[in-house]
Design a protein around this ligand. Structure first.
Ligand SMILES: Cc1cc2nc3c(=O)[nH]c(=O)nc-3n(C[C@H](O)[C@H](O)[C@H](O)COP(=O)(O)OP(=O)(O)OC[C@H]3O[C@@H](n4cnc5c(N)ncnc54)[C@H](O)[C@@H]3O)c2cc1C
Ligand code: FES
Length: 251
């Protein structure tokens, strides 16, 4: 889990809510597994003190990208950091997704939950999986690719409605072996109910609020049912990817 100080190599504004920053470092690119994350911080920034977690969005030509949604001070600061300026990176952290081979796979993302999937998609394609990708957002601002099946709540792009409704309809007509998902808890909870109904394996990546990021503070603890018992697990260390059926979802 090394720390590195790297200059921003590329920065791409998607719209006023999202941007992508890219770092060019061979060692970093070689170490990453889909679903893992890094903690990022501009070392010039005094507040917030702690680096923030971001999933590896993609790796292309040994360059590592992060897709970031501007929500608060750190993400605003990362957005304002210029190409060539240094960012401190801590990672890769966490377990990442288990890669299925020769399976029928469904990827489901909601909003910024899209972030880890371009990288996972590449690995699943290499593993000869048959892949369908559903993504949902509130409006056209939350859509990242025309090459996936998009849903928007306002109907501005793709199909109108919730991505989970699309998944349910899809599973009624199609057999799938495994679902990979990342998005708001409410979406993941609903998805777990749907997958149970159709007896499909489910891996979920959780985006809880984190502090230390290395398993020390318990700030990211969630409840899991393991061998019939409820136990606490740390999203930063034991996750962020969990078997969806074991997660105790908040009411
Ligand atoms: C494993 C993991 C991977 C992540 N990957 C990405 C990613 O690829 N791209 C991305 O944009 N974001 C990702 N996030 C979320 C990201 O870490 C937060 O958005 C970021 O920490 C916000 O920092 P901030 O200082 O800008 O905002 P803050 O001022 O800290 O927060 C602004 C608002 O967002 C809320 N918030 C903060 N963190 C989270 C969170 N994790 N979930 C829900 N609400 C939150 C706060 O409660 C507050 O209301 C990930 C989180 C985790 C745990
Ligand atoms: S963030 Fe501290 S234990 Fe996970």
């Amino acid at each position: 889990m090394p720390y590195k100080l790297l200059p921003i190599f590329k920065k791409e504004l998607i719209n006023n809510k999202y941007f992508i920053i890219t770092f060019s470092d061979y060692e970093m690119a070689d170490q990453c597994h889909p679903g893992q994350f890094f903690r990022l911080k501009n070392p010039q920034q005094n507040f917030p003190i702690l680096p923030r977690p971001f999933s590896v969005n993609n790796i292309q030509d040994k360059q590592t990208s992060f897709l970031i949604k501007i929500v608060g001070e750190s993400t605003k600061n990362l957005f304002e950091t210029k190409i060539g300026e240094n960012i401190s990176l801590h990672g890769p952290l966490g377990n990442g997704f288990k890669i299925a081979r020769n399976k029928k796979v469904l990827i489901v993302s909601g909003g910024i939950g899209y972030a880890p999937f371009p990288f996972l998609l590449k690995k699943l394609e290499k593993a000869k999986d048959e892949i369908v990708f559903f993504h949902g957002g509130k409006s056209s601002d939350d859509i990242f690719s025309a090459n996936v099946i998009n849903f928007t709540e306002d109907g501005s792009v793709g199909k109108k409605g919730l991505v989970t409704d699309g998944v349910e309809q899809f599973l009624q007509k199609n057999q799938v072996d495994i679902v990979y998902a990342c998005g708001p808890q409410i979406m993941l909870k609903k998805l777990t109910e749907i997958c149970k109904q159709f007896n499909v394996d489910l891996q979920v990546s959780l985006e809880t609020i984190m502090a230390c990021g290395i398993g020390v503070c318990c700030g990211c603890a969630i409840r899991i049912v393991e061998n019939g018992k409820m136990v606490y697990k740390k999203v930063c260390k034991d996750g962020p990817v969990f078997d969806g059926y074991t997660v105790v979802w908040d009411e």
